[in-house]
Design a protein. Sequence first.
Length: 470
Amino acid sequence: MTEFVGSQSFIGLIYLIASALFILALRWMNAPPTARRGILAGEIGMVLAIGGTLLQLGTEGKLEHIAISYGWIFLALGIGTAIGVPLGMVQMTAVPQRTALSHAFGAFCVTLVGTAEYYLGGANIPPFKMSVLCCEVILGGLTVTGSLMAAGKLQEVLPQRPITFKGQNLFNLSMLVVAIGIAVYLVHNPGATHLYPVMVGIALVFGVMLVIPIGGADMPTVISLLNSYAGLSAAAMGFVLNNKLLIVAGALDGSSGFILSVIMSKAMNRSFTNVLFGAFGQVAPAAAGAQEARPVKSASPEEAAGILAAASRVVVVPGYGMAVAQAQHKVRELYDALTKRGVDVRFAIHPVAGRMPGHMNVLLAEADVPYDRLMEMDDINGDFPQVDVSLIIGANDVTNPAAKTDKSSPIYGMPVLDVERSHTVMVIKRSMNPGFAGIDNPLYYMDQTLMLFGDAKVFVSNIVKELGHG
């Protein structure tokens, strides 16, 4: 008995350390200089959590064939590692969809565990456990399919535009009400096993219907919201399994995802209901037609290099186009070349630039761009009138002045970078096609704007070469 208590105390200490490391990981990942430390803390915390759980199985003696069970557990760990390592080696452009897949895998695990617990307990499951179990599988189920839909949109294997139909919101709400109604019934009658698959099935369908009407411009908020759902479902699983560490880790994940979603929505001046049900991102026919008729001014790499070399203050605005072209390292070379000439170069980071929260920060950090050169939107917007050149690299929607002036625009009210107030604006784009939100950008037709058509990586490389020759 003393040995058992001692073991439990040791396992409790492991869980406490793991919980502290998870909290520190979130804290350190808030800032680029400490982000690597935060990731390492999270990894160590997860290893301790897994180790403590394996020890818990042995000390409680719940498994009759512990050796065989450990064999299956380590086989599962091996399979997970074999899947996880390649997923961790994807290109930076694929990180958003890889993140969505991680949410799907985690939620699928939660749903499976909840299902196993339900069929093992059957009619003997107490009301509280059954209530959190239902929350677990509903949140887990909708996160599985919702995350898969998000990954498909980001990978462009599914239509990026919102897919809507008449009465869609009412249909979605009805499904959710039915699922919750079944859950309430199961709490009072857990033996109604025939209703459980219906509840899970509705949750899976609801996840699909939740994401398909959401357009590309809202995808960063969707990713953070799905992260919140996955964390909350994991916390519910902690209550089902009576695992305090899982409750703590899930609560941290769920709350951080929710807070980030609020921040992202605020950055777009949009509410949660507007994000989830607004069908944001449809191409406006008038904008598409106007785009063909209006002339633009373009420039060559040689001309762009000359303008940048003569500037005193330059602001680089990165977007998803930089990520697609993998141009971040060439952008760093451009930063070095201009800095050597005495040009003050800063980077304007919009909160929702790219396809996930912090996407541009991650790319620029990978290229070792100095952290103090990365400026948040609120900190740099007032400086644009004194900026000689704003160089936009594949950032469409976050630089669109229509958000401030055109009440008919779907992005009206969304805070954007005030690049049009710069003396000169240069935009690197492959073509005049609209951005991920599917709307035209009047910035491209302004007198001070020069369009630099071509692949971002190649174009920036050519500018750096010209600066080297000058």
